[in-house]
Design a protein around this ligand. Structure first.
Ligand code: S3P
Length: 437
């Protein structure tokens, strides 16, 4: 059944303190890491979303024992061996991160297995991880490098040299998981992308060296035989937080404090971009937790927003937040320009195209190319018309962006598909209701 959210009113002023769910990238990585240790790992605030449940489903098939209650998640893994006992079928659901990283983890599977995903994931490219995994010695069967695919690994993968040039943390991390199981040292040169895997590996005392230069990270990683358990309190997700950051900026006379968010430098592109646009947003109470930066985010409604010619060096650190950033551009004075964003069209749905489509529905002039968008902002933008969002690929971020647009610009919105929030942020609507009260 299609679930449509109808919004006819803009949000009233608010002043709130909130928490959002655990970080999705950290949650998925914790699940995968825990599956590699034979000792019990415990996580608090693990995100209970469909993507994370897909990761859990995959590691259960590798023999991990999982107990996920309201308070915590406990995993007793199966070690680094990869004797697929229970099933040769892995389902990554909607998650590119699970689909790609699990292939790295399965590099030492001597048995052939099959990886499937939902309609959206089955449209996405897997050659980006198949290419390096072939260098480790894996063999693949697939149509046009898409899911469903079959892979056979090998008992003793050989270490590789790998150049990651997209700025994709999924590609880098897939190779890093495979490298754990390879003989010798894997050498990675990677364009900057989120650094959670490196930080977790370091924290677990896995032999890894990271040298950072302005544009690239150089990683040397040695294969291991054993891994320690990892207890973790997952901090909040900046990507989930971003919807409330933009809601507050665009609302009238409002203020929000979002507590305990992961503010790793490779994730806070949105904060830098919005600050440059004149928004009142800052990180306070910063601390370090297990190598990750964590802090609270304080945001106030902001008038006098100005357009940005967004530098491409922010792209990777804001990749999941561009849709809501486009809404701020729609309300800014001047023409904003976002470029070098072809990767955005390779997400759960073609998001650059969707961003342009929604802005056009809102009557915001924009010029779209294959990898860029120019947005003609209007500080007085206010909508009265009816807007229907048919979110065919059920992209969670398209849904949440539309909700924020409806609550801040007005109009009569019918937004499909309400259930999509379960992918990354099941409490999205619950937190919104709390703010509206
Ligand atoms: C993710 C990396 C990003 C991001 C995705 C999660 C991760 O993808 O878009 O939502 O957890 O590694 P790419 O690394 O492919 O850009």
């Amino acid at each position: 059944m299609k679930k449509i959210l109808k919004i006819n009113n803009i949000i009233k002023s608010f002043n709130k303190k909130i928490y959002v769910g655990g970080d999705k990238s950290l949650s998925i990585r914790w699940v995968l890491m825990a599956s590699l240790s034979k000792k019990k790992s415990v996580a608090y605030n693990l995100l209970k979303s469909e993507d994370v449940l897909s990761a859990i489903d995959c590691i259960k098939k590798l023999g991990s024992k999982v107990k996920f209650t309201k308070q915590k998640c406990e995993i007793i893994g199966n070690g680094l061996d990869c004797d697929i006992a229970k099933s040769l079928l892995f389902n990554a659901g909607n998650s590119g991160t699970v689909g790609r990283l699990i292939l790295g983890l399965l590099i030492n599977s001597k048995k052939k297995f099959k990886l499937i995903g939902d309609q959206s994931l089955s449209k996405r490219d897997f050659s980006r991880v198949m290419a390096p995994l072939k260098k480790f010695g894996a063999k693949f069967q697939s149509k046009k490098n898409k899911l469903p695919l079959k892979m056979t690994g090998l008992a003793q993968p050989r270490s590789i040299k790998y150049f990651e040039k997209r700025g994709s943390a999924q590609c880098k991390s897939t190779v890093m998981f495979a490298a754990l199981k390879a003989q010798g040292i894997t050498d990675i040169k990677a364009k900057k992308s989120r650094s959670h895997t490196e930080i977790m590996f370091k924290h677990l005392k896995i032999p890894i060296k990271v040298k950072k230069t302005k544009n690239f990270d150089y990683i040397k990683l040695k294969g291991i035989k054993k891994i320690n358990n990892l207890n973790y309190k997952i901090p909040g997700d900046i990507s989930s937080c971003s919807f409330f950051i933009v809601l507050t900026i665009l609302a009238n006379k409002s203020k929000i404090l979002v507590r305990n968010i992961n503010v790793n430098d490779t994730r806070i592109g949105i904060i830098h971009i919005l600050k440059k646009m004149g928004a009142s947003v800052k990180i306070i109470n910063k601390k370090i937790y297990k190598g990750e930066k964590v802090g609270d985010i304080l945001v106030k409604s902001s008038s006098n927003l100005k357009a940005i010619n967004c530098p491409t060096y922010y792209n990777s650190a804001a990749i999941d937040e561009f849709l809501v950033i486009f809404l701020v551009a729609a309300k800014s004075k001047g023409i904003s320009y976002f470029k070098g964003l072809s990767e955005l069209n390779k997400k759960e749905s073609p998001r650059l195209v969707w961003g342009s489509k929604i802005l056009s529905y809102m009557g915001v002039k924009n010029i779209l190319t294959k990898d860029s968008i120019k947005i003609y902002g209007n500080p007085n933008l206010s909508l009265k018309k009816e807007i229907n969002i048919q979110n065919f690929l059920k992209d969670h971020r398209v849904f949440m962006m539309s909700v924020i647009a409806a609550l801040t610009f007005g109009g009569k919105w019918n937004i499909n598909d309400l259930d999509s929030v379960n992918t990354s942020f099941p409490d999205f609507l619950k937190i919104l209701k709390k703010i509206e009260l």
